[in-house]
Structures are given as structure tokens and as C-alpha cells.
Write a new protein. Structure first.
Length: 250
């Protein structure tokens, strides 16, 4: 892995569970960092996942509108969980966001259940004491806004380190080992992605936040975006630093 890094040949498998939930800032940051991304969009005709992570240096699992428990309806979710387990065995770095984080939790034996309240929009994320020491959040304050769109949440797997919470969702981030990270929030988000979700899932947004919620969300996104883009840039830089190291260099 170290030689491939020096040659600029690091390659990540990106599981995009739904066309509407794309890699956004993650793709920008990883490609700028010299990574090659193999993005598999699972709701496109003929989409398949590799049987293993042979030839890959990291695994990224994005969000999606389905539940992590809907394996009967979406059989590929079983394959995603199997790939996370493959990454754990091979000590390949893993990053999961929202549904992706929940699938990482499931691969580690933890259940995914309904959160006490849905979270749709921008909420303050508070790092735990361990979160403040985590290399993923290095250089960030104790609290900062992040974007959510979820009803479910993951439990903490045995051996995981709890990194962050919000007022309405206790388990917002965890790490497992040196290079496996699960996030409940959407690190990858962009204003364009938010706008596309609000257009397609507007009924859900207005049911939760009331009439006019789309315009209010757009205004809130404009107000926090410059700050959030810097925050996300820091997290992405930290993630790339973690993902680019050989296990014996930690």
C-alpha cells in the first residue's frame, strides 16, 4: 500500500446505494488527494459489487433512502456488510456515512433501530472526549453544525469508540480500530445535493418541519455553508491521512 500511495495509485471502492445520494465532497476531496474512485451506483441497471476488496485501498459506503435492515428488498446490502467484514479482516480503511455508517455497525454486530426522533436538516454535532482526541476530527472545535436526513440510528458495536452526539441522537460517530469510521451525518453533502433531496423528498421535509421547509432549509444551508465546507475539508483531509497510511505506520 505504501508504494502505491507514493505512485499516486490509491484506489477506493465507493458504494453509492442510490443515484440521488452521491459522493459529493467526498469525491472531490479524495480525487484531489490523488485517489482513484470506483463508484458503484446500486440502483442503476446491471450494477454489481466486487466479491472482495482485492486491489482496493479503502472502502467508502454512502447513504440511501432504504433501511439498513431491508436486506430482503435490497439484497445487495448483504454484500455491502460482507465487504465491510472483508475490509476489517484485511485492515483496509472504511468510512460509512448515514446508511453507510449503519451498515458498518451491522457488520460489527450492532443493531440498527429507529432513532427516538428523525433528524432532517442542520444540527450541532458535539464531540465526546474521545472524539476530540480522534485523528478524524483533529483541528476541529468541540461543536459544529452538520447535515442529517435519517430516521434510524446505529448502536455502538462492542469495542467501538464513541466519537460524537447530537441533542436528538446519541450515537453520531464511532471508530473501530485505527481506520474504520461510521458517521450518522452526511459528511459528503453539498448545497446542490440538499436541494435535490428537498425536491424529491419534499413531503417528508414538510411533514417534519412544516410548510415552507424547503426555502427555510435553503436559507439555513446558505448561512452555514462557508463554515461547513471548511469543517468538511478538515475531516476529509484527516480521513485521507488515515486512509493513506500502512497499518504498520500507526
Amino acid at each position: 500500500m505504501g508504494m502505491r500511495c507514493l505512485m499516486g495509485g490509491m484506489k477506493a471502492l465507493v458504494v453509492q446505494n442510490a443515484s440521488l445520494v452521491g459522493p459529493g465532497l467526498l469525491q472531490d476531496g479524495m480525487e484531489e488527494g490523488g485517489w482513484r474512485l470506483d463508484i458503484r451506483v446500486m440502483d442503476r441497471p446491471g450494477a454489481v459489487l466486487p466479491g472482495s476488496l482485492e486491489g482496493y485501498d479503502a472502502l467508502v459506503v454512502l447513504g440511501g433512502p432504504m433501511s439498513a435492515n431491508e436486506e430482503e428488498t435490497y439484497p445487495f446490502l448483504r454484500q455491502v456488510v460482507a465487504l465491510v467484514k472483508n475490509a476489517l479482516r484485511k485492515e483496509i480503511p472504511v468510512l460509512g456515512t448515514c446508511l453507510g455508517g449503519q451498515l458498518v455497525a451491522r457488520a460489527l454486530g450492532a443493531p440498527v433501530t429507529r432513532n427516538p426522533v428523525p433528524e432532517i436538516g442542520w444540527y450541532g454535532l458535539r464531540l465526546t472526549g474521545e472524539g476530540l482526541k480522534s485523528p478524524l476530527f483533529e483541528g476541529l472545535p468541540e461543536e459544529f453544525p452538520v447535515f442529517h436526513w435519517h430516521e434510524d440510528t446505529f448502536a455502538l458495536p462492542a469495542g467501538a469508540v464513541h466519537l460524537a452526539r447530537t441533542g436528538g441522537c446519541v450515537n453520531q460517530a464511532f471508530s473501530f480500530g485505527r481506520s474504520v469510521f461510521a458517521l450518522q451525518f452526511h459528511l459528503e453533502i453539498t448545497p446542490e445535493i440538499i436541494d435535490s433531496w428537498a425536491a424529491v423528498w419534499g413531503d417528508e421535509l414538510e411533514t417534519f418541519h412544516g410548510q415552507g421547509a424547503h426555502e427555510l432549509l435553503k436559507a439555513e444551508t446558505r448561512s452555514v455553508w462557508d463554515s461547513y465546507k471548511k469543517t468538511a475539508g478538515t475531516i476529509l483531509k484527516n480521513w485521507l491521512g488515515i486512509a493513506s497510511r500502512k497499518p504498520d505506520l500507526y
